[in-house]
Design a protein around this ligand. Structure first.
Ligand code: PNS
Length: 162
């Protein structure tokens, strides 16, 4: 069985991530979406929320599992005997950091390969950071994130306004 792992912060998940998840899930028998628990950073959503938002945004993708991991990605892979990483690649600006991460992961564990999937043109500009930026100025993020994420962020805004 060919299993691939799609790691990320997903803070929050965007349509760009969902597109990569859909396409990667059709290429592998199973896709694990691995949400990073980074205790050094304060995310907008804790990892339980991020996992739940991804799960709730995946309709009919039976071969996708959403998990969280902490620490080195290669350790998570090794522990579970996974060997393939999937990453989305947007503009050239992504290339350098992705190349660095893939190279470091390779140095840490020579068994691991990273497969890059080119983002669809319509999502080239899209990132979780830009979603948070638009949201912070009360902008409409419904074109960027799944409905469940939009609903949750709208609810957070209402609660913070009260
Ligand atoms: O969505 P992101 O923030 O671009 O994802 C980055 C992620 C989670 C894939 C990366 O930060 C990561 O793998 N973190 C775990 C720690 C680790 O293994 N670091 C070494 C890889 S360079």
């Amino acid at each position: 069985m060919k299993v691939a792992v799609y790691p990320g912060s997903f803070d929050p998940v965007t349509f760009g991530h969902i597109d990569i998840i859909k396409r990667a899930s059709s290429m592998f028998d199973k896709l694990i979406v691995a949400v990073l628990v980074n205790r050094k950073k304060t995310p907008m959503f804790n990892y339980e929320e991020r996992v739940e938002l991804i799960e709730n945004s995946l309709e009919g993708l039976d071969n996708v599992e959403v998990v969280h991991f902490e620490g080195l990605l290669v350790d998570y892979l090794k522990k579970n005997n996974y060997k393939i990483l999937v990453k989305g690649l947007r503009a050239i600006s992504d290339f350098e950091s992705e190349f660095q991460m893939a190279s470091v992961n390779r140095q840490l564990d020579d068994d691991i390969d990273t497969v890059f999937i080119m983002t669809k043109v319509e999502y080239m500009y899209l990132s979780s950071s830009i979603v948070k930026e638009v949201y912070s100025f009360d902008g409409d993020i419904s074109k960027f994130v799944p409905e469940k994420v939009n609903d949750k962020m709208k609810k957070m805004r209402r609660e913070s306004d009260e």
